[in-house]
Design a protein around this ligand. Structure first.
Ligand code: FAD
Ligand code: FES
Length: 474
């Protein structure tokens, strides 16, 4: 198993429980990736998906999606209860709402499609939000929890079952022989009958998955709210500026309000302004909240919005992938754990085809999204080489900021620390060579092509890049 986020650890645990010997390689720590920075709603209501699915995959496809995702929510609740994991799991209804009367019909259609797919869904105009909505889909049976605590509980039980977890161990090579061989950054070779790549964006790619995944970064602000103002539910709106809302236990007569939004492509700037906009929205809509925390994370949107979970590529016999969760990888990751365990055990659940990364039936329908993504990537790949660098001199870079500068004819990513010392690394992303850009709010280098992220010292924070940006002299 490569990767110890929700997808990797859920799969490792399900495999161990089914009697397999499992080893997990994790580049960082358990749940240090997206799973540790998520909003952690567990629901089968994924914003607007069912009306689209019944058109693109038919009513049966929508039903299988609803069933497999609902099963995952129940699986998490059952595992937490069975293993006694105290992960703040609370049952709450999920809502997709609009404030725009012109979109009420879209919401009504989603409620209808979700209900037809088998979910306990209804169309409502009243919610627990402290502001009016034009309409909302309400689905019962959802939950919310603390994902890292949950995964640490799974990890403990996995170890008790004889499973091995190696943190701070980056996989850098994969040989798909019999057995498969995974090479780590330290040079160790691990052999395994089957390998699952659960590194979020796949760090190995033998099926051009990168052409079908678009990275989407989102910001999160949080802070205590008087408990009597708890909206009691997990909310999301697909309106122009996406907003997602839920609360978590906080103590002291309060709940922790968590608000997500301000989606953007990594490496496209303006992050401090976006954080301010999100915090202003939270304060305006939830009077009394005091914003105390902020963070960001990103997920990958597949061109047809359905996760890719299954065989790694058309010729794969013992390698599997779980990716493209489109912002819903908690139920998606748990679903992936069950699906991959079945596939590795020689079974084929009825929804295997729905999530199969090799699916071609939807290729034509995906074409416009695929083309749009490639135009965006091509613009950065070629355009970056033609355009002038973003700062004309290292001297213009102030403390705590960074910019791409041309030095001796080469693009360098230069960051000046608070002490005034400038640090340079290559500005060419080690994935496929696009030019990185500075994220001022998070002080990181980001690649707009497929979302790789690097620290100011060049180390990899997030793939698909798997090698650091090389240090350069100034
Ligand atoms: C702001 C935000 C809010 C969200 N809210 C929700 C929500 O409410 N509900 C929901 O269902 N989903 C939500 N999601 C989506 C969900 O969080 C993700 O889809 C999910 O966490 C992805 O899990 P993962 O296991 O695929 O990735 P990760 O958690 O990132 O795990 C991948 C792991 O692989 C490791 N890794 C990478 N490269 C290597 C390598 N070479 N060798 C070894 N290890 C490696 C990484 O260190 C990482 O730990 C949200 C996403 C965002 C961005
Ligand atoms: S992430 Fe692919 S080129 Fe940078």
């Amino acid at each position: 198993m490569i990767g110890a986020g929700i997808a990797g650890l859920s799969t490792a645990w399900e495999l161990a429980r089914a009697g397999h010997r499992v080893a997990v390689l994790e580049a960082d720590r358990i749940a240090a990736g997206v799973t540790g920075h998520t909003t952690a709603k567990l629901t089968a209501l994924h914003s607007l998906i069912y009306d689209r699915l019944r058109r693109t995959r038919g009513p049966e496809g929508a039903r299988m999606y609803a069933q497999s995702q609902s099963d995952a929510v129940e699986r998490a609740a059952a595992i937490a209860a069975e293993l006694g994991i105290d992960c703040d799991l609370e049952r709450v209804p999920a809502f997709t709402y609009t404030e725009d009367p012109a979109r009420a019909d879209t919401i009504r259609a989603e409620a209808d499609a979700a209900s037809e797919a088998g979910l306990p869904a209804s169309y409502v105009t009243e919610t627990g939000l402290p502001f009016p909505v034009a309409g909302a889909v309400r689905v019962e049976g959802g939950a919310q929890f603390h994902p890292r605590t949950y995964l640490l509980g799974l990890a403990e039980d996995l170890r008790a079952r004889g499973g091995l977890i190696h943190e701070h161990t980056r996989a850098t090579g994969l040989d798909e022989g019999t057995p498969c061989r995974v090479t780590t950054e330290g040079g160790t070779v691990v052999t395994a009958g089957d390998v699952v790549i659960a590194t979020h964006y796949p760090v190995f790619d033998r099926a051009l998955l990168f052409a079908r995944l678009s990275p989407r970064r989102e910001l999160v602000v949080a802070g205590p709210l008087p408990a009597d103002r708890d909206p009691r539910g997990a909310y999301i709106t697909p309106d122009r500026r996406t907003r997602s809302v839920r609360t978590a236990p906080y103590g002291d007569g309060k709940r922790l309000l968590i608000v997500t939004g301000e989606t953007f492509t990594p490496g496209t700037g303006d992050t401090p302004e976006r954080f301010e906009r999100l915090a202003d929205w939270a304060r305006e809509r939830f009077p009394g909240v005091e914003i105390t925390h902020r963070w960001a994370a990103q997920d990958n949107d597949p061109t047809d919005t359905v996760p890719m979970v299954g065989p790694f590529h058309p010729g794969a016999r013992h390698t599997y992938v779980a990716t493209g969760f489109a912002g819903w990888g908690l139920s998606g990751g748990i679903m992936a754990g069950r699906l991959l365990t079945a596939l590795i055990g020689g079974e084929r659940p009825e929804w295997a085809g729905l999530y199969d990364p090799r699916r071609l039936g939807t290729a034509l329908r995906e074409a416009p999204a695929l083309l749009g993504h490639q135009v965006h990537v091509g613009k950065h790949f070629v355009g970056d080489r033609l355009s002038t660098p973003r700062a004309d001199s290292v001297d213009r870079i102030g403390p705590g900021t960074g910019a791409v500068v041309r030095l001796d004819g080469r693009a360098r990513a230069v960051y000046r620390d608070e002490d005034g010392t400038a640090h340079a690394v290559s500005a060419r992303c080690t994935h496929m060579g696009c030019l990185v850009a500075f994220n001022a709010a998070e002080r990181a280098w980001e690649c707009p092509c497929h979302g790789s992220r690097f620290g100011t010292d060049g180390r990899v924070l997030q793939g698909p890049a798997n090698r650091p940006l090389e240090r350069r002299d100034i």
